[in-house]
Design a protein around this ligand. Structure first.
Ligand code: ATP
Ligand SMILES: Nc1nc2c(ncn2[C@@H]2O[C@H](COP(=O)(O)O)[C@@H](O)[C@H]2O)c(=O)[nH]1
Length: 205
């Protein structure tokens, strides 16, 4: 019997654009139906971050073991730290028919695209580089050197936005959430139509 797999939704974009803010807002909405994949990182926890909630915090040796063992769907080294997505959680959740939401940078997103071209790839863009810098400074979680490195990375990352299925500008969080919800609903409708046609074909109709 045919069982529908969940949809893999990848939200990417530069650090500070608001991916986490938008994702948390999406997850408070009653009609959304995603599971968030918690990433692994070798970065130190920020004040208030909790292991197993915000990230699974790992040493470099532990992370490199996970890479060796093939336990990551994707990973990247970003401004001096590793970040990666545990593959088992994603596979099991998709197999159970649930949608999975990844919030990752662009190098990792490209790896996911290569392995799971059926995913839905959304790039969250800032209104401007200046707004991005203001958001990173305003968040107050990184020192000025790290902010400068992240802004430098952002210049490269913004050049990759045309590789995505959709680009959503995060000018206002609620508007960005509405657009992402609309994209996900439209993608589900498209997939349902394709599946129905495929099932009719299998039945020889
Ligand atoms: N639409 C918006 N307008 C103004 N400020 C915003 C908006 N969205 C997010 N912010 C603020 O920008 C800062 C960065 O947001 P957030 O931490 O969600 O970014 P991020 O893309 O998840 O960053 P990272 O990739 O580093 O985890 C936060 O202080 C957040 O409150
Ligand atoms: N390739 C991956 N990138 C990830 C993952 N989890 C988070 N990230 C991205 O890393 C940067 C920095 O994050 P921060 O928490 O230190 O600000 C940011 O763009 C995140 O989206 C992951 O599993 N894989």
């Amino acid at each position: 019997m045919y069982k529908r797999r969940g949809l893999l939704i990848v939200l990417s974009g530069p650090s500070g654009v608001g991916k986490g803010t938008v994702r948390k807002e999406l997850f408070t909405q009653p009609d959304t139906n995603y599971e968030y994949s918690i990433s692994m990182t070798t970065r130190s926890p920020r004040v208030g971050e909790v292991d197993g909630v915000d990230y699974f915090f790992k040493t470099r040796a532990e992370f490199e073991d996970l890479i060796e063992q093939g336990k990551l769907l994707e990973y990247a080294e970003y401004v001096g730290n590793y970040y990666g997505t545990p593959i088992d959680y994603v596979d099991e959740t998709l197999d159970a028919g649930r949608d999975v939401f990844l919030e990752i940078e662009v190098v990792g997103a490209a790896q996911v695209r290569a392995k799971a071209p059926n995913g839905l790839f959304i790039f969250l863009a800032p209104p401007s580089l200046l707004a991005l810098q203001d958001r990173l400074v305003g968040r107050g979680t990184e020192c000025s050197d790290v902010i400068a490195s992240r802004i430098q990375k952002a210049r490269e990352e913004l050049e990759m936005m045309n590789l995505y299925d959709y680009v959503v500008e995060n000018d206002e969080v609620s508007k960005a959430c509405d657009k992402i919800n609309a994209i996900v609903v439209a993608e589900h409708c498209r997939r349902e139509r394709v599946e129905k046609r495929y099932l009719r074909m299998l039945r020889g109709e």
